[in-house]
Design a protein around this ligand. Sequence first.
Ligand SMILES: C[S@@+](CC[C@H](N)C(=O)[O-])C[C@H]1O[C@@H](n2cnc3c(N)ncnc32)[C@H](O)[C@@H]1O
Length: 283
Amino acid sequence: MKRKISDAHQKAVIDHYTRSGLESLVERAYEQANMHHLAHEDTAPLDEFHIRGRTATRELAELAGLKSGMTVLDLGCGIGGPARTLAAEYGCFVTGVDIMKEYCRTAAMLTERVGLQDRVSFHCRDMMTHPFEQGEFDAVWTIHTIMNIENKELLFNNIHRTLKPSGVFSLYEICAGGSPEQVYPVPWANDPSINFLADINSLRKMLIETGFDEIQWIDVTGVSLNWYEKQVARRRTKTEKAAFKPGVDLVMGETTREKMENVVRNMRENRIRVVQGVFRKAG
Ligand SMILES: C[S@@+](CC[C@H](N)C(=O)[O-])C[C@H]1O[C@@H](n2cnc3c(N)ncnc32)[C@H](O)[C@@H]1O
C-alpha cells in the first residue's frame, strides 16, 4: 500500500525546486531589464514553467471551457503564471497551491505587481495534504506537476471530491514513453527518486476509474518537441543574450540548458510523451 507522502519525498521535491532568494532574483532581473512597471503580458517568458508556455495555458483553458467568474484550484502552481493567465484573460478566481514557499512568495509579489491580487491567491502546501473541501471548486487544474506525485490515485480522488457536480478537471502533463528510462536532469527531477511518470494510457484509465468522464485527451508530443527544439536552438545563438528579458532560467537554475536538452532527447527517443486532458466529474 502506497503511503500518503513521506517526509523524505517532500524534502527531495523541495530540494529539487529550491532557488534561494528567488523573489529578490526576479525583482532584480526586472530592474536590470528596465521593466519597472509590469503588466501580465510582460511576465510570460518567466512564469509559465512548462512546455509551450502561455500558448499551452491558453489552449488548455479553451479546451476546458473556463469562463469568467469560475473558481479554479491550480495544483502545483509554481510562480503563478497559469493562475494569473486564467484570472487576467478568462476572468476566473484562482487559488494556487504549491509546496515551495519561495515560489508562493514570488507568485504573490508578481500578482501584486500586475494588479491581480483580488482574483488570485497562493497557499504554500503539499497538494497531498491540502484540505480539499467537498464541492468547493468549479474547476481544478494542474500543469506539469503530477510527474512528482507517486500516489496519483489518492490525488485524483481528492480532486474529484473538491469539484462541484459536473466540475472540470484539466491536466497538461508529461508521461512515460515506450522506452522505459529517462535521461537526467530534467526540469522536474535530477534523478529517478522524485520522477513518477505514468504510462499515458494508465493515466487516462485511472482518471476514468476515479469517476471522471473524458472530454478531451490529446497527445501533444509532436508540437511539444518542435517547440522545445526551437527553444534549445535559440539559446545557442548570441542574439538571445542581447535581447535579455527575465525568463524561466531564473526558476530552473544553472542547469537549465542541460535540462532542456534532455527533454528534447527524451522526447526524440520516446522516453517521454506530453498529454492534454480535460475531464468532467461524472454523475
Ligand atoms: C514544473 S513546475 C510547474 C509549475 C506551474 N504549474 C507552471 O506550469 O508554471 C512543477 C511545480 O509543482 C510543484 N509541486 C511538486 N510536487 C508538489 C506537491 N506535492 N505539492 C504541491 N506542489 C508540488 C513544484 O513545487 C513546482 O512548482
